[in-house]
Design a protein around this ligand. Sequence first.
Ligand SMILES: Cc1cc2nc3c(=O)[nH]c(=O)nc-3n(C[C@H](O)[C@H](O)[C@H](O)COP(=O)(O)O)c2cc1C
Length: 192
Amino acid sequence: MRILIIQGHPAAAEGQRFDEAIAAAYARGATAAGHEVRCITVAALEFPLLRSSAEWEHGEVPADIGLAQADLLWAEHVVLVFPLWLGDMPALLKGFLEQTLRPRFAVAEDRSPLKQPLKGRSAHIIVTMGMPALFYRLFYGAHAVKSLRRNILHFCGIKPVRTSYFGMVEGNSGQRRERFLQKLEGWGRKAL
Ligand SMILES: Cc1cc2nc3c(=O)[nH]c(=O)nc-3n(C[C@H](O)[C@H](O)[C@H](O)COP(=O)(O)O)c2cc1C
């Protein structure tokens, strides 16, 4: 399986963050099982925010975004890792998706669901957060993740989409993190 991991924490990668460790654990498991893996660190890319529908439709695609589009076309499975910020994905990741999922690349010219260019790919959304994950799912209805899954990924033909959450991430015990990372390696091996 060809797997693309998109690590969406806005801070520059330093190898210290839990979201980085999640991406690395998944990649380790996947590579060990013989899958091909590519990784995009959104914080390392150069791109401006889109500011109009004209730019979205016809604006020049920044070089880093062009490379990300090529990775998406290459991939059969996409793993998206990000921290929950103000109840949603961080703005930088949203900006990256707006730039990347352009008309004709991710959405057919006539918006027809029958001609979705990225159809056939599956995805796994992995979200870390400060609150307990169960609270996010039951009280808030995991609204931002539902929107990402249905409004963005399904709209581009990417399905099925699996979701996983890691709550109470701040100040949590190393043991609990370690158990989650082991699970991640297993998911990587199975390309989940
Ligand atoms: C700007 C900002 C907004 C955040 N908003 C939320 C939130 O709405 N809900 C929540 O549970 N955690 C929130 N958090 C906590 C992050 O989700 C948590 O710190 C992150 O998943 C772990 O990554 P880090 O500590 O390596 O940055 C927020 C953190 C920051 C910096």
